[in-house]
Every structure is written in structure tokens, then in C-alpha cells.
Design a protein around this ligand. Structure first.
Ligand SMILES: [Zn+2]
Length: 199
């Protein structure tokens, strides 16, 4: 099937099958700042088939901003983003930040890994092309949505994430390497002794 989008293009609607990263979100640790109803932010990460279900959504509380902190259950290579919102309450921009857990509004800066201007996509077919080179080894993704200041609230029905997922076992290796280095440099004598033993 094909669908004409607000961006002017016609999109294939078979893309939805690859939007399954919501299964790899650690939902118990997920945070949505400024959500009007507690816990509603987590509900917009659902199957692509449910993207048009208007009974579940997240709405901003005091302002036209929402900040999602999304921990994954492994390593993710992010490849695409879809956002479903109605024109009148659609956020205008989204900034993507990689591996900065527990971000607060105070932490937002002008150096997100990527930023998109959003079009109102009520049907959930417009894909934002995430720069995969910048979004490999993602254990945590923050999404900051904002309006233009001329709407009171923003409202999102669905956020779709596309990409690859691998289990988190690599972290153990990283931590070991990190710990081994300072030990060697702090104890050059020990290192020499170890070197002699090995010879
Ligand atoms: Zn489009």
C-alpha cells in the first residue's frame, strides 16, 4: 500500500514491519519528563499496527515540551524514527541525544547527535533518516520534542524506532579494559614484575 504524506511524497506503508525496537526498551526505567499523565509517555512506544490507536497518547503538561529518556536492554544501532501526531498539537522539532542517561531539561544543549524538523504525520508513514554512523552502540536514547511556543501543549500518539539490537554482553569487556589500564600505569613496578614473570 502507498500513502501520500504531508511532506509531499508518497510512502510505502509496508515499512512498519521493521519498526520493532519498542520491544527492546527497558520500560521500567524509562522516563518521560513533563508528561501530563504519569506513565503515559511509555505507552506511545507500541506496535506499528497500533500507531493510529488514538486512545493512548502522551500530552505535555505545563509547556510544549516533552523529554524522553529511553534505556535499551542491549546495544542498539538506530536507523529510523516515526512520530504520529495531529497537526494542531504536533511537535515541531525533535533532538536526539545518545547515551546521556537521566537527562533533564537543564541538560539540553545545542549539541544533539541529530535534530529533525517534524512534519505533521497523522498516518505514521514518514520516516526520519537517523544517521546510523552516529547512532551505533546506543544503550540510551533521549528524545526532546518541542513546539514553536505558539501551542499550549504537544501531543504524540506513537513513536516508532527502527534499528538493530544486540545483547549487552559487550559492556563487561569494556569495563574490564577500563579498569586494567589505570592499574598498570599506577603501578609500573608491578607491571615490570609481571613482565619478568611472563618472560
Ligand atoms: Zn513524508
Amino acid at each position: 500500500m502507498e500513502h501520500r504524506c504531508n511532506c509531499g511524497s508518497v510512502h510505502d506503508t509496508e515499512i512498519g514491519i521493521s519498526y520493532n525496537l519498542f520491544e527492546k526498551i527497558d520500560k521500567d526505567r524509562m522516563e518521560c519528563l513533563n508528561e501530563h499523565e504519569e506513565g503515559s509517555g511509555a505507552k506511545v512506544f507500541k506496535t506499528w499496527e497500533e500507531r493510529l490507536d488514538r486512545s493512548e497518547f502522551v500530552q505535555s503538561d505545563v509547556d510544549d515540551e516533552l523529554l524522553f529518556n529511553i534505556p535499551f536492554t542491549g546495544d542498539v544501532k538506530l536507523k529510523g524514527l516515526i512520530v504520529v501526531a495531529d497537526e494542531s498539537y504536533s511537535p515541531k522539532t525533535v533532538k536526539l541525544y545518545k547515551n546521556r542517561p537521566h537527562m533533564l531539561f537543564d541538560h539540553l544543549d545545542n549539541s544533539p547527535e541529530q535534530e529533525f524538523e517534524l512534519i505533521a504525520d497523522a498516518y505514521g508513514v514518514h520516516e526520519y533518516p537517523v544517521r546510523t554512523v552516529k547512532f551505533s552502540s546506543v544503550q540510551h536514547l533521549s528524545l526532546y520534542f518541542s513546539g514553536m511556543g505558539n501551542t499550549e501543549q504537544i501531543k504524540i500518539y506513537y513513536i516508532g524506532l527502527k534499528g538493530e539490537w544486540t545483547p549487552a554482553h559487550k559492556h563487561g569487556v569494556t569495563i574490564c579494559t577500563y579498569e586494567a589500564r589505570p592499574l598498570i600505569s599506577n603501578h609500573p613496578t608491578d607491571f615490570n614484575e609481571v613482565g619478568r614473570i611472563i618472560k
